[in-house]
Design a protein around this ligand. Structure first.
Ligand code: PSU
Ligand code: MN
Length: 299
């Protein structure tokens, strides 16, 4: 596979230094401009401060890029033609010379092909509410079951059906480790009421389980779920009504498929007067911090 590496990422990979993969749909379609640029640059600078090279991944004019220049981040964050590229659109995006933010599924593919093993995102995609009628289940779950990495997320996005998502993770054979918790976090909130995860206390434990999976010849990811910090969370009870309202509005407007998640996130930002955006940034940064520590353990 043809990959364009930034000089920084390339030299770190050659030297065996820790590199953390970061996705770009969260930048292009998950947050408004200019917050998205600030978030992306902050994520990268936190990595560098702690001695880990950030590898933000995106497709730019048909090229799979691993490690972006500031101007490239600004381009995908701002340009209205930026697509949402999941793994099924990867070949199309390259053939058609598209530019796009890569979702968790596409980012994992490119990251793994590049030799990266740790990836931090905000919240993974999963089983949508009403999936028994719509069949809307994120490709993220399939990629997690097929690509061996450590993926750090604040659970699955709260707009989803979390119990069904957790069941699907089990069916697909994806181990879910709770960082300092045994409860599946609910993205904006720390709690979902879904307990019984294996609780880990350190980044080293995540690295250890990942290594054992690899040794066992298993190709699925190790999903580390990391609750949003308490000071940044929007408790379940406060956000649930807003989420239900946003889903209802999306149904009225017949928003579906890949447009649904970005629509819901945007709607929730509006209805919380921007508070959900602050929470989204905080949980994603929290995941970057944990990803940094795990990538150091593994390098
Ligand atoms: N985490 C966030 N914001 C996002 C996403 C994750 O905090 O926008 C993106 C990821 O790229 C994920 C995608 O892969 O949302 C899920 O989209 P879908 O539900 O269409 O599979
Ligand atoms: Mn979908």
């Amino acid at each position: 596979m043809k990959i364009r590496f930034s000089a920084e990422v390339e030299s770190s990979l050659v030297a065996g230094m820790p590199v953390l993969a970061l996705e770009s749909t969260i930048i292009a379609h998950g947050m408004p401009h200019p917050d998205n640029v600030e978030f992306a640059l902050e994520s990268e600078s936190i990595c560098r401060q702690q001695g880990v090279v950030p590898a933000t991944i995106a497709v730019i004019k048909g090229e799979c890029c691993v490690g972006l220049e500031k101007a490239q981040i600004e381009f995908i964050a701002k340009d209205a033609s930026t697509k949402k590229v999941s793994r099924r659109e990867l070949g199309i995006a390259i053939a058609k010379k598209w530019s796009g933010g890569t979702t968790v599924s596409a980012t994992m593919h490119i990251a793994h092909q590049s030799g990266l093993s740790v990836f931090s995102t905000g919240g993974i995609g999963g089983v949508h509410r009403g999936a028994e009628k719509t069949f809307d289940v994120s490709q993220d779950l399939i990629s997690l079951s097929q690509i061996p990495m450590v993926v750090v997320s604040a659970g699955a996005k709260a707009v989803l059906d979390l119990p069904k998502t957790l069941e699907a993770l089990e069916t697909l054979g994806i181990p879910v480790l709770g960082f300092e918790t045994n409860e599946f976090p609910a993205f904006y909130s720390r709690n979902s009421g879904l307990c019984g995860l294996l609780r880990i206390e350190s980044p080293g434990e995540a690295a250890h389980v990942y290594r054992k999976n690899i040794e066992t010849g298993l190709n699925m990811s190790t999903l580390v779920v990391n609750p949003v910090p308490e000071k940044d969370e929007i408790p379940d009870k406060e956000i649930e009504n807003i989420i239900c309202g946003a889903i209802k509005y999306a149904r009225e407007k017949k928003i579906k498929g890949k447009d649904l998640t970005p629509f819901l996130l945007k709607e929730i930002v509006k209805k919380t007067d921007g508070r959900s955006l602050e929470t989204n940034k905080a949980l994603a940064i929290n995941n970057v911090n944990l990803g940094i520590q795990i990538s150091k353990e593994l390098s």
